[in-house]
Write a protein that binds this ligand. Structure first.
Ligand code: FAD
Length: 594
Protein backbone atom coordinates (compact mmCIF):
# COMPACT_ATOMS: atom_id res chain seq x y z
CA UNK A 1 0.00 0.00 0.00
CA UNK A 2 2.01 2.96 -1.28
CA UNK A 3 1.74 6.47 0.08
CA UNK A 4 -0.11 9.16 -1.82
CA UNK A 5 0.17 12.75 -0.67
CA UNK A 6 -3.34 13.99 0.22
CA UNK A 7 -2.96 17.09 -1.96
CA UNK A 8 -6.69 17.92 -2.15
CA UNK A 9 -7.17 17.58 1.62
CA UNK A 10 -4.11 19.73 2.30
CA UNK A 11 -5.21 22.45 -0.14
CA UNK A 12 -8.69 22.38 1.34
CA UNK A 13 -7.29 22.84 4.88
CA UNK A 14 -4.99 25.62 3.69
CA UNK A 15 -7.85 27.47 2.04
CA UNK A 16 -10.62 26.95 4.58
CA UNK A 17 -8.82 26.79 7.95
CA UNK A 18 -5.60 28.71 7.27
CA UNK A 19 -7.16 31.40 5.06
CA UNK A 20 -4.79 30.91 2.13
CA UNK A 21 -6.72 33.18 -0.25
CA UNK A 22 -6.58 36.11 2.16
CA UNK A 23 -2.87 35.58 2.85
CA UNK A 24 -2.14 35.62 -0.88
CA UNK A 25 -4.41 38.59 -1.59
CA UNK A 26 -2.71 40.62 1.14
CA UNK A 27 0.74 39.75 -0.16
CA UNK A 28 1.65 38.07 3.13
CA UNK A 29 3.18 35.08 1.36
CA UNK A 30 5.38 37.09 -1.00
CA UNK A 31 5.07 36.41 -4.71
CA UNK A 32 3.70 32.89 -4.46
CA UNK A 33 0.18 32.06 -5.68
CA UNK A 34 -2.18 29.15 -5.09
CA UNK A 35 -1.23 27.26 -8.25
CA UNK A 36 2.47 27.39 -7.31
CA UNK A 37 1.74 26.18 -3.78
CA UNK A 38 -0.25 23.29 -5.19
CA UNK A 39 2.54 22.48 -7.64
CA UNK A 40 5.14 22.44 -4.82
CA UNK A 41 2.93 20.12 -2.74
CA UNK A 42 2.39 17.81 -5.71
CA UNK A 43 6.13 17.63 -6.41
CA UNK A 44 6.87 17.00 -2.73
CA UNK A 45 4.21 14.29 -2.83
CA UNK A 46 5.95 12.64 -5.77
CA UNK A 47 9.31 12.70 -4.01
CA UNK A 48 7.74 11.30 -0.85
CA UNK A 49 5.91 8.53 -2.70
CA UNK A 50 8.68 7.58 -5.13
CA UNK A 51 11.87 8.04 -3.09
CA UNK A 52 11.12 8.06 0.66
CA UNK A 53 8.15 5.72 1.07
CA UNK A 54 9.83 2.70 -0.56
CA UNK A 55 12.70 2.95 1.97
CA UNK A 56 10.56 3.21 5.09
CA UNK A 57 9.79 -0.43 5.96
CA UNK A 58 13.27 -1.70 5.01
CA UNK A 59 14.87 1.16 6.99
CA UNK A 60 12.76 0.19 10.00
CA UNK A 61 13.98 -3.41 9.75
CA UNK A 62 17.67 -2.61 9.27
CA UNK A 63 17.82 0.41 11.57
CA UNK A 64 20.80 2.71 12.04
CA UNK A 65 23.78 1.13 13.78
CA UNK A 66 27.07 2.15 15.33
CA UNK A 67 29.82 0.44 13.33
CA UNK A 68 33.46 1.10 14.27
CA UNK A 69 32.56 4.34 16.03
CA UNK A 70 30.47 5.68 13.15
CA UNK A 71 26.73 5.58 12.58
CA UNK A 72 25.62 3.67 9.52
CA UNK A 73 22.13 4.52 8.27
CA UNK A 74 20.07 1.95 6.30
CA UNK A 75 20.80 1.19 2.63
CA UNK A 76 19.49 3.86 0.27
CA UNK A 77 19.39 6.55 2.96
CA UNK A 78 22.42 8.52 1.75
CA UNK A 79 21.25 8.53 -1.88
CA UNK A 80 17.76 9.59 -0.80
CA UNK A 81 19.21 12.38 1.33
CA UNK A 82 21.35 13.61 -1.54
CA UNK A 83 18.37 13.60 -3.88
CA UNK A 84 16.39 15.46 -1.19
CA UNK A 85 19.08 18.15 -0.92
CA UNK A 86 19.58 18.38 -4.68
CA UNK A 87 15.83 18.89 -5.10
CA UNK A 88 16.05 21.93 -2.80
CA UNK A 89 13.65 20.33 -0.33
CA UNK A 90 15.71 21.23 2.71
CA UNK A 91 15.73 24.92 1.90
CA UNK A 92 12.05 25.73 1.32
CA UNK A 93 11.51 28.24 4.12
CA UNK A 94 15.13 29.39 4.60
CA UNK A 95 16.07 32.96 3.66
CA UNK A 96 17.25 33.64 0.12
CA UNK A 97 20.35 35.29 1.60
CA UNK A 98 21.58 31.82 2.59
CA UNK A 99 20.46 30.05 -0.56
CA UNK A 100 16.95 29.25 0.63
CA UNK A 101 13.70 29.75 -1.23
CA UNK A 102 12.04 32.02 1.35
CA UNK A 103 8.77 30.11 0.98
CA UNK A 104 6.14 30.62 3.67
CA UNK A 105 6.01 28.50 6.79
CA UNK A 106 2.71 26.97 5.65
CA UNK A 107 4.46 25.45 2.62
CA UNK A 108 7.40 24.10 4.65
CA UNK A 109 4.96 22.74 7.23
CA UNK A 110 2.97 20.88 4.59
CA UNK A 111 6.18 19.51 3.06
CA UNK A 112 7.14 18.29 6.54
CA UNK A 113 3.90 16.31 6.69
CA UNK A 114 4.75 14.65 3.41
CA UNK A 115 8.33 13.62 4.35
CA UNK A 116 7.16 12.21 7.65
CA UNK A 117 4.14 10.41 6.21
CA UNK A 118 6.36 8.78 3.63
CA UNK A 119 9.19 7.97 6.02
CA UNK A 120 9.31 9.36 9.55
CA UNK A 121 12.74 7.88 10.30
CA UNK A 122 14.13 9.92 7.41
CA UNK A 123 12.00 13.04 8.00
CA UNK A 124 13.60 13.70 11.38
CA UNK A 125 16.95 14.67 9.87
CA UNK A 126 15.68 17.65 7.85
CA UNK A 127 13.28 18.55 10.68
CA UNK A 128 16.12 19.12 13.14
CA UNK A 129 18.32 20.79 10.54
CA UNK A 130 15.57 23.33 9.88
CA UNK A 131 15.27 24.06 13.60
CA UNK A 132 19.03 24.58 13.83
CA UNK A 133 18.96 26.90 10.81
CA UNK A 134 16.23 28.97 12.50
CA UNK A 135 18.22 29.35 15.72
CA UNK A 136 21.49 30.25 13.95
CA UNK A 137 19.71 32.70 11.68
CA UNK A 138 18.00 34.38 14.61
CA UNK A 139 20.90 34.71 17.04
CA UNK A 140 24.32 33.72 15.73
CA UNK A 141 27.03 36.21 14.77
CA UNK A 142 27.34 37.22 11.12
CA UNK A 143 30.58 35.25 10.85
CA UNK A 144 28.89 32.04 12.06
CA UNK A 145 25.96 32.63 9.73
CA UNK A 146 28.26 33.12 6.74
CA UNK A 147 30.23 29.98 7.53
CA UNK A 148 27.44 27.58 8.40
CA UNK A 149 24.08 28.64 6.98
CA UNK A 150 24.73 28.28 3.24
CA UNK A 151 25.91 24.66 3.67
CA UNK A 152 23.09 23.78 6.05
CA UNK A 153 20.47 25.37 3.81
CA UNK A 154 21.82 23.57 0.75
CA UNK A 155 21.62 20.29 2.67
CA UNK A 156 25.37 19.66 2.45
CA UNK A 157 25.54 19.76 6.27
CA UNK A 158 22.83 18.74 8.74
CA UNK A 159 21.96 20.07 12.20
CA UNK A 160 21.12 18.62 15.62
CA UNK A 161 19.69 19.79 18.89
CA UNK A 162 21.60 18.78 22.04
CA UNK A 163 19.59 19.48 25.17
CA UNK A 164 19.02 16.22 27.00
CA UNK A 165 21.42 14.72 29.55
CA UNK A 166 20.89 11.65 31.73
CA UNK A 167 19.74 13.73 34.73
CA UNK A 168 18.29 16.68 32.72
CA UNK A 169 15.32 15.91 30.47
CA UNK A 170 12.15 17.95 31.00
CA UNK A 171 14.07 20.02 33.55
CA UNK A 172 17.10 21.47 31.81
CA UNK A 173 18.10 23.57 34.80
CA UNK A 174 20.25 20.69 36.05
CA UNK A 175 22.31 20.19 32.91
CA UNK A 176 26.02 19.68 33.53
CA UNK A 177 27.79 19.97 30.17
CA UNK A 178 30.55 22.55 30.70
CA UNK A 179 31.86 25.24 28.37
CA UNK A 180 35.14 27.03 29.02
CA UNK A 181 36.00 30.28 27.27
CA UNK A 182 39.29 30.44 25.34
CA UNK A 183 41.53 33.47 24.82
CA UNK A 184 40.41 33.76 21.18
CA UNK A 185 36.71 34.01 22.13
CA UNK A 186 35.85 30.41 21.24
CA UNK A 187 34.83 27.81 23.84
CA UNK A 188 35.76 24.24 24.74
CA UNK A 189 32.91 21.91 25.69
CA UNK A 190 32.95 18.86 27.96
CA UNK A 191 30.00 16.59 28.75
CA UNK A 192 27.57 13.90 27.66
CA UNK A 193 24.29 14.38 25.84
CA UNK A 194 21.81 11.56 25.35
CA UNK A 195 18.99 10.82 22.91
CA UNK A 196 20.45 13.07 20.20
CA UNK A 197 18.55 12.53 16.97
CA UNK A 198 20.86 12.11 13.97
CA UNK A 199 23.78 12.93 16.31
CA UNK A 200 25.96 11.03 13.88
CA UNK A 201 25.42 9.64 10.37
CA UNK A 202 27.06 9.53 6.96
CA UNK A 203 24.36 11.39 5.02
CA UNK A 204 26.26 14.69 5.03
CA UNK A 205 29.92 15.71 5.15
CA UNK A 206 29.48 17.66 8.37
CA UNK A 207 27.02 17.82 11.26
CA UNK A 208 26.41 21.07 13.10
CA UNK A 209 25.47 20.45 16.72
CA UNK A 210 23.68 23.10 18.74
CA UNK A 211 24.60 22.30 22.32
CA UNK A 212 23.34 23.69 25.63
CA UNK A 213 26.10 24.01 28.21
CA UNK A 214 27.00 25.92 31.34
CA UNK A 215 29.91 28.34 31.84
CA UNK A 216 31.99 27.93 35.03
CA UNK A 217 30.71 31.16 36.61
CA UNK A 218 27.12 30.82 35.32
CA UNK A 219 24.22 31.43 37.70
CA UNK A 220 22.40 28.24 38.76
CA UNK A 221 19.28 26.98 36.99
CA UNK A 222 17.98 27.87 33.56
CA UNK A 223 19.42 31.41 33.76
CA UNK A 224 22.91 29.99 33.54
CA UNK A 225 22.63 28.05 30.29
CA UNK A 226 24.37 29.09 27.09
CA UNK A 227 24.06 27.79 23.53
CA UNK A 228 27.02 26.73 21.40
CA UNK A 229 27.51 25.76 17.82
CA UNK A 230 29.83 22.73 17.70
CA UNK A 231 30.71 21.33 14.28
CA UNK A 232 31.51 17.62 13.98
CA UNK A 233 34.31 18.55 11.57
CA UNK A 234 36.06 21.86 12.13
CA UNK A 235 35.79 24.39 9.34
CA UNK A 236 38.73 26.42 7.95
CA UNK A 237 38.37 30.16 7.29
CA UNK A 238 37.94 29.45 3.58
CA UNK A 239 35.02 27.10 4.31
CA UNK A 240 36.91 23.86 3.66
CA UNK A 241 36.75 21.05 6.18
CA UNK A 242 39.61 20.58 8.64
CA UNK A 243 40.16 18.12 11.50
CA UNK A 244 37.55 16.10 13.40
CA UNK A 245 36.32 18.02 16.47
CA UNK A 246 36.49 16.38 19.91
CA UNK A 247 32.93 15.02 19.67
CA UNK A 248 31.96 11.39 19.18
CA UNK A 249 28.86 9.24 19.10
CA UNK A 250 29.33 6.73 21.91
CA UNK A 251 26.19 4.69 21.30
CA UNK A 252 22.95 4.34 19.38
CA UNK A 253 19.82 3.50 21.37
CA UNK A 254 17.67 0.42 20.70
CA UNK A 255 14.12 1.64 20.68
CA UNK A 256 10.41 0.94 20.11
CA UNK A 257 10.16 2.70 16.75
CA UNK A 258 11.84 5.08 14.27
CA UNK A 259 14.64 2.51 14.05
CA UNK A 260 16.20 4.20 11.05
CA UNK A 261 16.65 7.49 12.91
CA UNK A 262 19.87 7.20 14.95
CA UNK A 263 19.25 8.30 18.56
CA UNK A 264 22.77 8.95 19.80
CA UNK A 265 24.75 9.30 23.00
CA UNK A 266 27.14 12.16 22.24
CA UNK A 267 30.38 12.74 24.13
CA UNK A 268 31.99 16.17 24.00
CA UNK A 269 35.60 16.66 25.06
CA UNK A 270 36.37 12.98 25.67
CA UNK A 271 39.95 13.32 24.37
CA UNK A 272 40.67 15.97 26.96
CA UNK A 273 41.12 19.16 24.94
CA UNK A 274 37.37 19.82 24.76
CA UNK A 275 35.13 20.16 21.74
CA UNK A 276 35.62 23.48 20.00
CA UNK A 277 32.41 25.51 20.02
CA UNK A 278 31.16 29.00 19.31
CA UNK A 279 28.63 30.97 21.32
CA UNK A 280 25.22 31.54 19.71
CA UNK A 281 23.48 34.59 21.16
CA UNK A 282 24.61 35.86 24.56
CA UNK A 283 26.21 33.98 27.43
CA UNK A 284 23.61 32.58 29.88
CA UNK A 285 20.74 33.33 27.47
CA UNK A 286 20.99 30.05 25.57
CA UNK A 287 17.62 28.70 26.55
CA UNK A 288 15.91 31.70 24.96
CA UNK A 289 17.66 30.95 21.67
CA UNK A 290 16.84 27.28 21.97
CA UNK A 291 13.20 28.20 22.40
CA UNK A 292 13.26 29.74 18.92
CA UNK A 293 14.31 26.37 17.62
CA UNK A 294 11.98 24.45 19.89
CA UNK A 295 8.84 26.37 18.91
CA UNK A 296 9.46 25.69 15.24
CA UNK A 297 10.39 22.11 16.07
CA UNK A 298 7.27 21.65 18.20
CA UNK A 299 5.03 22.61 15.31
CA UNK A 300 7.05 20.32 13.06
CA UNK A 301 6.62 17.45 15.55
CA UNK A 302 2.87 18.17 15.70
CA UNK A 303 2.92 17.77 11.94
CA UNK A 304 4.69 14.43 12.39
CA UNK A 305 1.63 13.36 14.37
CA UNK A 306 -0.57 14.39 11.44
CA UNK A 307 1.82 12.62 9.08
CA UNK A 308 1.71 9.26 10.85
CA UNK A 309 -2.06 9.56 11.27
CA UNK A 310 -2.48 10.24 7.54
CA UNK A 311 -0.27 7.32 6.56
CA UNK A 312 -2.00 4.95 9.00
CA UNK A 313 -5.39 6.08 7.64
CA UNK A 314 -4.38 5.48 4.04
CA UNK A 315 -3.11 2.01 4.92
CA UNK A 316 -6.24 1.11 6.90
CA UNK A 317 -8.49 2.34 4.09
CA UNK A 318 -6.61 0.22 1.55
CA UNK A 319 -6.85 -2.86 3.74
CA UNK A 320 -10.52 -2.32 4.57
CA UNK A 321 -11.39 -2.22 0.87
CA UNK A 322 -9.57 -5.53 0.22
CA UNK A 323 -10.24 -7.63 3.29
CA UNK A 324 -13.53 -9.54 3.23
CA UNK A 325 -15.30 -10.82 6.33
CA UNK A 326 -18.95 -11.39 7.22
CA UNK A 327 -21.90 -9.89 5.49
CA UNK A 328 -22.97 -6.28 5.52
CA UNK A 329 -26.35 -4.64 5.09
CA UNK A 330 -25.41 -4.10 1.42
CA UNK A 331 -24.33 -7.74 0.83
CA UNK A 332 -25.97 -9.76 -1.91
CA UNK A 333 -25.19 -13.35 -2.93
CA UNK A 334 -22.89 -15.64 -0.98
CA UNK A 335 -19.71 -13.54 -1.00
CA UNK A 336 -18.33 -12.04 2.17
CA UNK A 337 -18.35 -8.25 2.29
CA UNK A 338 -15.29 -6.02 2.24
CA UNK A 339 -14.91 -4.95 5.88
CA UNK A 340 -15.24 -1.29 4.81
CA UNK A 341 -18.96 -1.96 4.46
CA UNK A 342 -19.37 -2.73 8.17
CA UNK A 343 -20.70 0.15 10.24
CA UNK A 344 -18.04 -0.20 12.93
CA UNK A 345 -15.19 -0.15 10.41
CA UNK A 346 -16.78 2.89 8.78
CA UNK A 347 -16.84 4.52 12.22
CA UNK A 348 -13.17 3.64 12.68
CA UNK A 349 -12.19 5.10 9.32
CA UNK A 350 -14.29 8.23 9.83
CA UNK A 351 -12.62 8.69 13.23
CA UNK A 352 -9.18 8.33 11.67
CA UNK A 353 -9.96 10.81 8.91
CA UNK A 354 -11.68 13.33 11.16
CA UNK A 355 -8.96 13.35 13.84
CA UNK A 356 -6.20 13.57 11.22
CA UNK A 357 -7.83 16.46 9.41
CA UNK A 358 -8.62 18.34 12.63
CA UNK A 359 -5.00 18.04 13.77
CA UNK A 360 -3.75 19.09 10.34
CA UNK A 361 -5.95 22.18 10.42
CA UNK A 362 -4.68 23.21 13.86
CA UNK A 363 -1.05 22.83 12.71
CA UNK A 364 -1.66 24.77 9.50
CA UNK A 365 -3.39 27.59 11.37
CA UNK A 366 -0.34 27.74 13.67
CA UNK A 367 1.92 27.89 10.59
CA UNK A 368 -0.32 30.61 9.11
CA UNK A 369 0.07 32.72 12.24
CA UNK A 370 3.85 32.16 12.05
CA UNK A 371 3.81 33.62 8.55
CA UNK A 372 1.72 36.60 9.63
CA UNK A 373 3.98 37.17 12.65
CA UNK A 374 7.02 37.22 10.33
CA UNK A 375 5.66 38.92 7.26
CA UNK A 376 2.93 41.42 8.14
CA UNK A 377 3.88 45.08 7.72
CA UNK A 378 1.65 46.04 10.65
CA UNK A 379 3.48 45.79 13.99
CA UNK A 380 0.28 45.25 15.97
CA UNK A 381 -0.79 42.45 13.65
CA UNK A 382 2.65 40.85 13.92
CA UNK A 383 2.49 40.97 17.70
CA UNK A 384 -1.04 39.50 17.81
CA UNK A 385 -0.04 36.70 15.45
CA UNK A 386 3.06 36.02 17.54
CA UNK A 387 0.85 35.62 20.60
CA UNK A 388 -1.40 33.26 18.70
CA UNK A 389 1.59 31.16 17.65
CA UNK A 390 2.59 30.99 21.32
CA UNK A 391 -0.93 29.94 22.33
CA UNK A 392 -1.40 27.35 19.62
CA UNK A 393 2.07 25.75 19.55
CA UNK A 394 1.54 23.47 22.58
CA UNK A 395 -1.88 22.47 21.21
CA UNK A 396 -0.46 21.79 17.75
CA UNK A 397 2.32 19.69 19.26
CA UNK A 398 0.41 17.73 21.91
CA UNK A 399 -3.05 17.32 20.39
CA UNK A 400 -1.65 16.26 17.01
CA UNK A 401 0.86 13.81 18.43
CA UNK A 402 -1.75 12.22 20.70
CA UNK A 403 -3.90 11.93 17.57
CA UNK A 404 -0.96 10.32 15.75
CA UNK A 405 -0.85 7.56 18.38
CA UNK A 406 -4.62 7.11 18.54
CA UNK A 407 -5.10 6.97 14.81
CA UNK A 408 -2.17 4.58 14.37
CA UNK A 409 -3.75 2.37 17.04
CA UNK A 410 -7.13 2.39 15.29
CA UNK A 411 -5.23 1.53 12.10
CA UNK A 412 -3.86 -1.62 13.75
CA UNK A 413 -7.39 -2.49 14.91
CA UNK A 414 -8.86 -2.11 11.42
CA UNK A 415 -6.30 -4.68 10.23
CA UNK A 416 -7.38 -7.17 12.91
CA UNK A 417 -4.68 -9.77 13.63
CA UNK A 418 -2.72 -8.69 10.57
CA UNK A 419 -2.29 -5.30 12.23
CA UNK A 420 -0.15 -6.97 14.87
CA UNK A 421 1.95 -8.68 12.23
CA UNK A 422 4.75 -6.49 10.93
CA UNK A 423 4.29 -7.20 7.22
CA UNK A 424 1.20 -5.00 6.80
CA UNK A 425 3.09 -1.90 8.00
CA UNK A 426 0.30 -0.86 10.39
CA UNK A 427 2.42 -1.92 13.36
CA UNK A 428 5.34 0.28 12.27
CA UNK A 429 3.15 3.38 12.35
CA UNK A 430 1.96 2.46 15.83
CA UNK A 431 5.55 1.98 17.05
CA UNK A 432 6.88 5.07 15.28
CA UNK A 433 4.08 7.31 16.55
CA UNK A 434 4.74 6.55 20.22
CA UNK A 435 7.78 8.82 20.51
CA UNK A 436 5.84 11.86 19.32
CA UNK A 437 4.10 12.70 22.63
CA UNK A 438 7.46 12.34 24.39
CA UNK A 439 10.15 14.29 22.54
CA UNK A 440 10.28 18.05 21.93
CA UNK A 441 8.81 18.46 25.44
CA UNK A 442 6.42 15.76 26.66
CA UNK A 443 2.73 16.34 26.10
CA UNK A 444 2.29 16.74 29.86
CA UNK A 445 4.83 19.57 29.76
CA UNK A 446 3.06 21.07 26.71
CA UNK A 447 -0.23 21.07 28.62
CA UNK A 448 1.41 22.79 31.59
CA UNK A 449 2.93 25.34 29.19
CA UNK A 450 -0.51 26.01 27.70
CA UNK A 451 -2.15 26.41 31.08
CA UNK A 452 0.63 28.09 33.04
CA UNK A 453 2.27 30.34 30.45
CA UNK A 454 -0.03 30.74 27.47
CA UNK A 455 -3.46 31.29 29.04
CA UNK A 456 -2.16 34.22 31.11
CA UNK A 457 -0.70 35.97 27.99
CA UNK A 458 -1.86 39.61 27.92
CA UNK A 459 -3.99 39.02 31.00
CA UNK A 460 -5.98 36.27 29.29
CA UNK A 461 -6.90 38.43 26.29
CA UNK A 462 -5.03 36.24 23.79
CA UNK A 463 -7.02 33.11 24.61
CA UNK A 464 -10.33 34.93 25.01
CA UNK A 465 -9.93 36.63 21.60
CA UNK A 466 -9.17 33.23 20.14
CA UNK A 467 -12.29 31.70 21.69
CA UNK A 468 -14.34 34.64 20.34
CA UNK A 469 -13.00 33.80 16.86
CA UNK A 470 -14.04 30.17 17.26
CA UNK A 471 -17.50 31.35 18.28
CA UNK A 472 -17.83 33.44 15.13
CA UNK A 473 -17.47 30.28 13.02
CA UNK A 474 -19.96 28.45 15.24
CA UNK A 475 -22.45 31.26 14.61
CA UNK A 476 -21.82 31.01 10.85
CA UNK A 477 -22.52 27.27 10.99
CA UNK A 478 -25.73 27.86 12.93
CA UNK A 479 -26.82 30.64 10.60
CA UNK A 480 -26.22 28.49 7.52
CA UNK A 481 -29.17 26.31 8.55
CA UNK A 482 -28.10 23.48 6.24
CA UNK A 483 -29.93 20.22 7.00
CA UNK A 484 -26.86 18.16 6.03
CA UNK A 485 -24.93 19.90 8.82
CA UNK A 486 -27.14 18.05 11.35
CA UNK A 487 -26.29 19.16 14.89
CA UNK A 488 -22.85 20.48 13.96
CA UNK A 489 -23.52 24.06 15.09
CA UNK A 490 -25.12 22.99 18.35
CA UNK A 491 -22.37 20.54 19.31
CA UNK A 492 -19.55 22.89 18.37
CA UNK A 493 -21.29 25.66 20.32
CA UNK A 494 -21.26 23.38 23.37
CA UNK A 495 -17.60 22.48 22.81
CA UNK A 496 -16.49 26.11 22.54
CA UNK A 497 -18.63 27.08 25.55
CA UNK A 498 -16.96 24.27 27.51
CA UNK A 499 -13.55 25.59 26.43
CA UNK A 500 -14.49 29.10 27.57
CA UNK A 501 -15.73 27.86 30.94
CA UNK A 502 -12.69 25.65 31.55
CA UNK A 503 -10.42 28.56 30.57
CA UNK A 504 -12.08 30.87 33.07
CA UNK A 505 -11.86 28.21 35.76
CA UNK A 506 -8.17 27.66 35.13
CA UNK A 507 -7.60 31.42 35.24
CA UNK A 508 -9.02 31.40 38.78
CA UNK A 509 -7.15 28.27 39.82
CA UNK A 510 -3.82 29.75 38.67
CA UNK A 511 -4.32 32.59 41.14
CA UNK A 512 -4.70 30.14 44.01
CA UNK A 513 -3.69 26.48 44.00
CA UNK A 514 -1.55 26.05 40.87
CA UNK A 515 -1.45 22.26 41.32
CA UNK A 516 -5.21 22.06 40.81
CA UNK A 517 -4.82 23.90 37.48
CA UNK A 518 -1.97 21.59 36.43
CA UNK A 519 -3.93 18.49 37.48
CA UNK A 520 -6.39 19.33 34.71
CA UNK A 521 -3.87 20.60 32.15
CA UNK A 522 -3.90 17.50 29.92
CA UNK A 523 -7.72 17.21 29.68
CA UNK A 524 -7.81 20.98 29.13
CA UNK A 525 -5.44 20.73 26.16
CA UNK A 526 -7.53 17.90 24.72
CA UNK A 527 -10.67 20.01 25.14
CA UNK A 528 -8.90 22.91 23.41
CA UNK A 529 -7.89 20.66 20.50
CA UNK A 530 -11.37 19.21 20.11
CA UNK A 531 -13.06 22.63 20.11
CA UNK A 532 -10.51 24.21 17.77
CA UNK A 533 -10.24 21.21 15.47
CA UNK A 534 -14.03 20.89 15.26
CA UNK A 535 -14.39 24.54 14.36
CA UNK A 536 -11.70 24.36 11.65
CA UNK A 537 -13.39 21.34 10.10
CA UNK A 538 -16.65 23.26 10.20
CA UNK A 539 -14.94 26.08 8.30
CA UNK A 540 -14.03 23.44 5.77
CA UNK A 541 -17.66 22.32 5.58
CA UNK A 542 -18.81 25.90 5.04
CA UNK A 543 -16.19 26.34 2.33
CA UNK A 544 -17.20 23.00 0.84
CA UNK A 545 -20.77 24.06 0.42
CA UNK A 546 -19.66 27.35 -1.06
CA UNK A 547 -17.29 25.78 -3.58
CA UNK A 548 -19.47 22.80 -4.43
CA UNK A 549 -18.41 20.04 -6.84
CA UNK A 550 -15.69 17.43 -6.55
CA UNK A 551 -15.39 14.94 -3.73
CA UNK A 552 -12.65 16.70 -1.78
CA UNK A 553 -14.51 20.01 -1.85
CA UNK A 554 -18.04 18.71 -1.59
CA UNK A 555 -19.49 15.89 0.48
CA UNK A 556 -16.33 14.83 2.34
CA UNK A 557 -15.68 18.04 4.29
CA UNK A 558 -19.29 18.21 5.41
CA UNK A 559 -19.46 14.56 6.46
CA UNK A 560 -16.11 14.72 8.26
CA UNK A 561 -16.93 17.98 10.05
CA UNK A 562 -20.36 16.77 11.07
CA UNK A 563 -18.98 13.43 12.27
CA UNK A 564 -16.31 15.23 14.31
CA UNK A 565 -18.85 17.59 15.89
CA UNK A 566 -21.47 14.94 16.61
CA UNK A 567 -19.26 12.07 17.79
CA UNK A 568 -15.87 13.45 18.93
CA UNK A 569 -16.38 17.06 20.03
CA UNK A 570 -19.16 15.75 22.26
CA UNK A 571 -16.40 14.79 24.72
CA UNK A 572 -15.72 18.51 25.31
CA UNK A 573 -18.31 19.18 28.05
CA UNK A 574 -17.13 16.06 29.92
CA UNK A 575 -13.51 17.22 29.66
CA UNK A 576 -14.55 20.60 31.04
CA UNK A 577 -16.02 18.78 34.06
CA UNK A 578 -12.78 16.80 34.43
CA UNK A 579 -10.76 20.02 34.41
CA UNK A 580 -13.04 21.84 36.84
CA UNK A 581 -13.97 19.04 39.22
CA UNK A 582 -11.21 16.50 38.82
CA UNK A 583 -8.34 18.12 40.71
CA UNK A 584 -9.44 17.10 44.21
CA UNK A 585 -9.65 13.39 43.36
CA UNK A 586 -6.52 13.53 41.21
CA UNK A 587 -4.52 14.87 44.13
CA UNK A 588 -6.36 12.94 46.87
CA UNK A 589 -3.74 10.23 47.30
CA UNK A 590 -0.39 11.46 48.55
CA UNK A 591 2.55 10.34 46.33
CA UNK A 592 3.57 7.66 48.85
CA UNK A 593 0.01 6.29 48.95
CA UNK A 594 -0.14 5.76 45.18
C1 FAD B 1 13.84 8.83 20.18
C2 FAD B 1 14.17 10.07 20.94
C3 FAD B 1 14.72 11.16 20.26
C4 FAD B 1 15.07 12.30 20.98
N1 FAD B 1 15.72 13.33 20.34
C5 FAD B 1 16.26 14.33 21.09
C6 FAD B 1 17.13 15.30 20.49
O1 FAD B 1 17.37 15.28 19.28
N2 FAD B 1 17.70 16.22 21.29
C7 FAD B 1 17.47 16.28 22.63
O2 FAD B 1 18.03 17.15 23.29
N3 FAD B 1 16.63 15.40 23.22
C8 FAD B 1 16.03 14.42 22.48
N4 FAD B 1 15.23 13.50 23.08
C9 FAD B 1 14.95 13.62 24.49
C10 FAD B 1 13.51 14.03 24.77
O3 FAD B 1 13.29 15.35 24.39
C11 FAD B 1 13.25 13.76 26.26
O4 FAD B 1 13.19 12.36 26.42
C12 FAD B 1 11.98 14.42 26.75
O5 FAD B 1 12.12 15.82 26.77
C13 FAD B 1 11.59 13.96 28.16
O6 FAD B 1 12.67 14.01 29.03
P1 FAD B 1 13.04 12.71 29.89
O7 FAD B 1 13.12 11.56 28.97
O8 FAD B 1 14.20 13.01 30.73
O9 FAD B 1 11.78 12.46 30.80
P2 FAD B 1 11.53 13.10 32.24
O10 FAD B 1 11.80 14.57 32.21
O11 FAD B 1 12.23 12.29 33.25
O12 FAD B 1 9.96 12.90 32.38
C14 FAD B 1 9.35 11.68 32.82
C15 FAD B 1 7.85 11.95 32.99
O13 FAD B 1 7.65 12.92 34.02
C16 FAD B 1 6.89 14.02 33.51
N5 FAD B 1 7.39 15.25 34.11
C17 FAD B 1 8.66 15.69 34.16
N6 FAD B 1 8.70 16.88 34.80
C18 FAD B 1 7.45 17.21 35.16
C19 FAD B 1 6.83 18.31 35.80
N7 FAD B 1 7.54 19.36 36.24
N8 FAD B 1 5.50 18.31 36.00
C20 FAD B 1 4.76 17.27 35.55
N9 FAD B 1 5.28 16.19 34.91
C21 FAD B 1 6.60 16.17 34.71
C22 FAD B 1 7.07 13.98 32.00
O14 FAD B 1 5.97 14.57 31.32
C23 FAD B 1 7.20 12.48 31.74
O15 FAD B 1 5.92 11.92 31.59
C24 FAD B 1 14.82 12.37 22.38
C25 FAD B 1 14.25 11.28 23.03
C26 FAD B 1 13.95 10.14 22.34
C27 FAD B 1 13.39 8.96 23.09
Amino acid sequence: MTYQAPVDDIMHALKSAAGLDELIARGLLGEIDEATIRAVIEEAGKFGAEVLDPLSAAGDKTGSKLVNGKVKTPPGWREAYQAFAAGGWGSLSAAEEWGGQNLPSIVATVAGEIWNSANMGFGLCPLLTLGAIDAIEAQASDALKQTYLPKMVSGEWSGTMNLTEPHAGSDLSQLKTRAVKQADGSYRLFGTKIFITYGDHELTDNIIHLVLARLPDAPPGTRGISLFLVPKILVNDDGTLAAHNDVVCAGVEHKLGIHASPTCVMKYGEKGEGALGYLVGEENRGLNVMFIMMNAARLAVGMQGVAVAERATQRALGYARERRQGRSAASTGAQMAPIIEHADIRRSLMTMKALTQAARAICLVTARETDVARRSKDAAERAAAGHRVALLTPVAKAFSTDIGCEVASIGVQVHGGMGFIEETGAAQHYRDARILPIYEGTNGIQAMDLVGRKLPLEGGKVVMDYIADLNRTVEAVRASNRPEFGRMGERLGEAVAALAEATRWIGGALEGDVDSAFAGAVPYLRLFGLAAGGVYLAKGALAGTRNGGGEAHGAQPIAIARFFAETLATAAPGLKDSVRDGAAATLMLAPDAL
